[in-house]
Design a protein around this ligand. Structure first.
Ligand code: PLP
Length: 408
């Protein structure tokens, strides 16, 4: 633990030196294990955020630590002028456990989606027509922060001031099959959706809507892209959320939990789609880096087991039960929704103006919780969080709610 007297770097450094695009919590985490985090003062926190659905195996999982140490003494990086064994082994895992026949590795969700949208345009231009460029996306969708991905995302405020944005992107309401039918045509190259809109407030795609999207894409020779950056890697109790729906995409993107906290992402495609790309048609310096792939391969093997995936469903139930008790006491949520360990609890109107205060008081009480949208508490803990940690986190959340309740 860092001794504050020994000159720990202060939080104010953030305000002075970092680009002010974030407003991080007042405390600074310095150490973590499992789902418990300690700050500079040695105070402990239960982590219900999991780094936004990233640290799926908890913090400093001993097997990930061991893999990282071993790989760090063997090979870190070679660039894509050379391939490496961890990348090849991870590609085997990803393709043999999903619909996919091809994989492209990148470093973030945004980059995986950027690749997906480029591949969709390229596939349409080379296989159909250079005028088949229209991308259909959904209101409140989130696909990343590069200019292309933020333009495909459904939050106009995130694009304002950064224009001109890439063209020929259409947004329609989520889960609206008739709107989708109305906007799709021969010029559509892709439909992109999250099976659960994460940033948009934890909104599940309806089964019928997803099936309709698949049928319309087939009819119009468009590609169906599932952005599983947040829902993938066991988050919903299956390896990928599309496996709940029985609907197969042409392209799927994964990131967040893929490296268990080490930055890595992947775009998976069917063989038919992926094989149209040529050397030089897309690329990345770091993508498929040996260090990242070694950690991701280990994370994949630890997540993709029956025990881990059924464990997600048990933990979901513990969390839902605890949130229901809290709601009986405080009448704070209008809805508690989601799947597996991607849970959103929407605040009642009376509470909506207090969400920032509540998050801050949660931190003071020792529980890390994040938001989705402006009125939803989001729970994306590690898939292996202990029942004791869940109970302690929930009791700290209840204390925080009780405290804010008296203040408001
Ligand atoms: C987080 C997220 C992204 C962006 O990932 P980054 O790693 O931040 O670039 C894209 N899509 C979805 C659904 C996400 O949740």
């Amino acid at each position: 633990m860092i001794d504050p007297e020994a000159g720990a770097i202060p939080r104010s450094t953030f305000d002075n030196l970092l680009l002010p695009v974030f407003s991080p919590a007042e405390f600074i985490p310095v150490k973590a294990l499992g789902s418990t985090v300690w700050d500079q003062q040695g105070r402990s926190y239960i982590d219900f955020a999991g780094g936004i659905a990233v640290t799926a195996l908890g913090h400093c999982h001993p097997e990930l630590v061991e893999t990282l140490q071993q790989q760090s003494e063997a090979l870190w990086h070679t660039s894509n002028f050379y391939t490496n064994e961890p990348a090849l082994r991870l590609a085997v895992e990803l393709t043999s456990n999903t619909f996919a026949g091809r994989v492209f590795f990148a470093n973030s969700g945004s980059e995986a989606n950027e690749a997906a949208f480029k591949v969709a345009r390229y596939y349409a231009a080379t296989q159909h027509s250079p005028y088949k460029t229209k991308i259909i996306a959904f209101t409140r969708a989130f696909h990343g922060r590069t200019l292309f991905t933020v333009s495909v995302g459904g939050q106009p405020s995130y694009v304002d001031g950064f224009g001109p944005a890439p063209a020929d992107i259409v947004h329609i309401p989520f889960n609206d099959s008739s709107a989708l039918e109305a906007v799709m045509d021969a010029r559509t190259c892709a439909v992109v959706l999250e099976l659960i809109q994460g940033e948009g407030g934890v909104i599940e795609a309806q089964h019928q809507f997803v099936a309709k999207a698949r049928a319309l894409c087939d009819h119009h020779q468009a590609l169906l892209i599932f952005d599983e950056v947040q829902t993938g890697m066991g988050r919903t109790g299956k390896l990928f959320a599309y496996q709940h729906y029985g609907v197969t995409p042409d392209i799927l993107t994964a990131a967040k939990a893929l490296g268990g906290g080490f930055p890595i992402s992947a775009m998976l495609t069917s063989n038919q789609v992926g094989k149209v790309m040529k050397p030089g048609s897309h690329g990345s310096t770091y993508g498929g880096n040996a260090l990242a792939c070694a950690v991701a391969e280990k994370a994949f093997k630890l997540i993709n087991t029956a025990e881990m995936l059924t464990g997600v469903i048990h933990r979901q139930q513990w969390l839902l039960d605890g949130l229901a008790v809290i709601n009986e006491q405080f009448n704070i949520f209008t809805a508690i929704r989601g799947r597996g360990l991607l849970i959103g609890a929407e605040l009642t109107e009376e509470w909506q103006g207090h969400i920032k205060t509540l998050i801050n008081v949660c931190a003071e009480q020792g529980v890390m919780i994040i938001t989705a949208g402006h009125n939803v508490l989001r729970f994306t803990p590690a898939l292996n969080i202990d029942q004791d940690e869940i109970n302690l986190g929930l009791s700290r959340l209840a204390q925080a709610i009780s405290q804010v309740n008296k203040m408001r």
